[in-house]
Design a protein around this ligand. Structure first.
Ligand SMILES: [Zn+2]
Length: 302
């Protein structure tokens, strides 16, 4: 297994195999990529783009993909996935970011959610395609990923929503299509509590069965603006890490604002001596790899 950090600030915490930097957020905010880190880019979720171009927002019978539309699981504005200017600008941007970092991890590279997008252009494209609605959406998503693959010379990782069953109907995402272009997948499993690890373990197992490329998962440690009360405990994070590891996944990323929050987590994890002992009996080699990682952190947090 491999272990990484997933951070908003370009500093590498010690004790991990790799680091993913959030260079373009769903807010549209961008920071420069860094040579020794991978770059994470939110493609269609982009508040800045919809602010400059209100007509670019993805449409549906339940309203637009706007922050605050509670019909959908959306926490930001999402651009229509066929918007040609946004697509072209993102292709150039992705190519440039790839050149200046270790590779690109994409998220929000698909439709906003189920029943998107019904803008006049999408309706037109769909009718001209002669395909069913869901198949047309899949073709649009896969076709754009193929274009991105031509631009990205280094590693290309597809971040996906933690929905193993309905991603095709909701986002136009076909896992086998994406696997043709992706070097790996990253299943985003962010939660401010991992109190019931059973569900996360089940999801990890489901994705490992479905996805035809290596599978990483991402866990939530400490986001921008959080306080200690907002975030999962080190005990929950250790337990859920071990339980997902034994489901056969290939790696775990830990999301935090920056390296200092990662170090706080490492220290708290190291201090869970009894729990680390108990977790020894939770599985075989993959569990041992998580516990060895924490053992290795002992030297770092002293
Ligand atoms: Zn549209």
């Amino acid at each position: 297994m491999k272990f990484g950090t997933y951070v908003y600030e370009p500093e590498k915490a010690e004790g991990f195999d790799f680091h993913v930097l959030r260079v373009k957020l769903e807010t549209g905010a961008r920071i420069p990529p860094v040579q020794g880190m991978y770059s994470n880019i939110a493609v269609f979720a982009d508040n800045a783009a919809t602010r400059s171009h209100p007509d670019w927002i993805s449409q549906s019978p339940l309203g637009p993909a706007r922050m605050g539309n509670s019909n959908f699981n959306i926490y930001w504005d999402v651009v229509c996935a066929t918007q040609p200017e946004h697509r072209a600008e993102q292709l150039d941007y992705i190519e440039d970011v790839d050149r200046h970092s270790l590779g690109v991890w994409l998220n929000s590279q698909y439709f906003a959610d189920h029943s998107h997008c019904t803008c006049p252009r999408c309706n037109d494209l769909w009718k001209k395609s002669g395909l069913g609605w869901l198949e047309w959406r899949r073709k649009e998503v896969t076709g754009y990923i193929a274009q991105i693959r031509e631009r990205v010379k280094k590693e290309l990782v597809m971040c996906i929503q933690p929905d193993p069953v309905s991603s095709y109907e909701r986002y136009g995402v076909d896992f086998d299509d994406l696997a043709k272009y992706a070097d790996a997948f990253n299943v985003v499993m962010f939660s401010k509590s991992y109190a019931t690890p059973w569900y996360w373990e089940m999801l990890a197992r489901a994705f490992k069965k479905l996805l035809k490329k290596p599978v990483y998962i991402s866990l939530y440690v400490y986001g921008p603006g959080d306080t200690v009360k907002d975030v999962p405990s080190a005990a929950e994070l250790l337990t859920v890490s071990v339980r997902c590891a034994r489901a056969g996944i290939d790696g775990i990323l830990y999301l935090a604002n920056g390296a200092s929050q990662i170090r706080d987590f490492q220290k708290a994890a190291v201090d869970k001596v009894e729990l680390r002992q108990r977790l020894q009996s939770y599985g075989g080699q993959p569990v041992q790899e998580v516990l060895d990682l924490v053992k290795n952190w002992e030297k770092i947090v002293e």
